[in-house]
Design a protein. Sequence first.
Length: 231
Amino acid sequence: MKRLFLAGLIGAGIMVLASCGGQQQQQQAVVEEDTTSVEDLIPRDRTIYGICGESSAMNTLELLTDAGDTLSLNITRAMEAGQVFGGFEAGDRIAVLPNKEKTAATMVVNLSVLLGDWVMPNPLDGSSEVGIRIKEGGIAESIDQGSIIYLTWRLFNGQLEILSVREGGGDQEELNLYKILALGPDTLAYKTITQNREEEETFEYSRWKEKPQVDLHGLELEEAENFLNDI
């Protein structure tokens, strides 16, 4: 009887140990499977920045990256898809969205052309011009409009992100995403990215140019000088 009792205790102990070991293995398996972090769920920006090199050609962009690499990117497909914005020349600062192999570009944005003051007629009455100032370092500013204050801008995976604060909205910041439609020496156009087409809004800007000064009689200064010389 004692032997049977002892054997029963040993068997029970083995079952308990086996059960605990199984639970530990299950817990370990759960820990090993749950390896996804919050950072892995956040999309990563694949944009590469650099300077356009002198070896660039019609269908090839040589990019001297900020990381110190030199890439030769085929831009044929980007050009066919209308995804080369602002063109490029040697010395221009360029933002590129490359393929996985970094052998071709799916999108090219000339930052040297993008920077500057962009204005359009005031949507309320058209009597004045309002716009956005895109500056180096990701800084954005409003031009002659108090209803919206632009703060920052950046390119993120080919999208233009602009952070702003609206009048009457307190200090709550608003982040809007835009798709670039056109970019040239005197033209910038982009539209809001939204799932509701009715909420889409297109912004069409022209490069801000200083207006000629006019004297009190409505004559431009150069015309006024010619008028005085003829007297």
